[in-house]
Ligand binder design. Sequence first.
Ligand code: MG
Length: 203
Amino acid sequence: MKIFCIGRNYADHAKEMNSPVPEKPMIFMKPSTALLANNNAFYYPEFSSNIHYEVEVILKVGKNGRHIDQKFANSYYDMIGLGIDFTARDVQAVCKEKGHPWEIAKSFDFSAVISREFIPKDQLNLDDLNFRLEKNGEIVQQSSTKHLIFKFDKLISYISTMFTLKMGDMIYTGTPAGVGPVQIGDVLKGYIEDQLMFECEIK
Ligand code: MG
């Protein structure tokens, strides 16, 4: 399975990173070894001293396809989850400066928290889906999918012009403003509406 991630898909986050809002979806990928499932703890890696959380709504691809017309994109995902795109911000800054790829900052082992449960999309209002991240009981990120720059159907369609989508692939759809560092001992909890989707302790 493949994990696609979308960068800068909320204008307020692009702004906090001093990055321009992209004209097309910005895509990168994580390998399946990046997944951190079942509320397992995240162990702070040695190669970074500035790991940031980025809470993101996840689409689970429900059938195979390529060159999917946006009109039909809706039928290619049926389940919605929530996760974290952990980012080694210090490593990423060096990559950006040198014009290098981001993988070592974004795609390392256990950098992709994924909720155990996924919610059928027909139970949710995808045009205005509220989600949030709490760190040690305090809300640090909170937004709605109404603020997405590129909506889910556009992402499916665009990605599939270059990469065959396969059943079970995941798409992390981007993070809103409020990203920040984690420290050992922190506990992160992610919610869609008022449903607890994941919990992750930093060790
Ligand atoms: Mg992200």
